[in-house]
Design a protein around this ligand. Sequence first.
Ligand code: E4P
Length: 215
Amino acid sequence: MKFFIDTANIEEIKQALSWGVLDGVTTNPSLIAKEEKPFNEVVQEICKCVPGPVSLETVATTTEQMIIDGKELAKIADNVVVKLPTCLEALQATKVLAKDGIRVNMTLCFSPLQGLLAAKAGAAYISPFVGRLDDIGQNGMELISQLTQIYENYGFETEVLVASIRNPIHVLEAALMGADVATIPFRVMEQFIKHPLTDRGIETFLNDSKKVPAA
Ligand code: E4P
């Protein structure tokens, strides 16, 4: 399972990279806005320091503009993945960009049939938003199970990129379901490496090691 970090904050990205388990980054317009810096400055720095895929989103609303923006975004660096919303206008744009060898991440996916269309259009990734479904009283993880099943049934190569993750349980369940990627906020990543029993165990071993008589 690949781990992406869901942030546009360079310090968080560098820290997660230093842990040695980071495979890529996803951003969105809201995350970029939080950085209060020009778009190009933020994304160029991210693309330079991350060896894996970096998803950059366009806010275009027409097929034509999505294609133009997608081609522009792809010029920023070889590791750019163009993020388009899972909507009608983006299906054709995805097809065109994919034909040009540009990888597309279809985002804001909330139903299995949206995911099936994204795969048929040639998306490299589909981003189902589990947290936002949970927020409205639906079962976000059920969507992951449906998408992994559908893609397996037909041998689609589109990767299921679990997004809108709110807690470590989302990551655990996604892993058990065989999702390809989880894009995780920094605070959630930090959360699941930590365990109080591990901390207590380290402390005990450290203290006991001091009691071993010297040779
Ligand atoms: C995914 O690529 C999105 O950036 C992200 O996961 C959205 O999550 P949110 O619902 O926490 O905004």
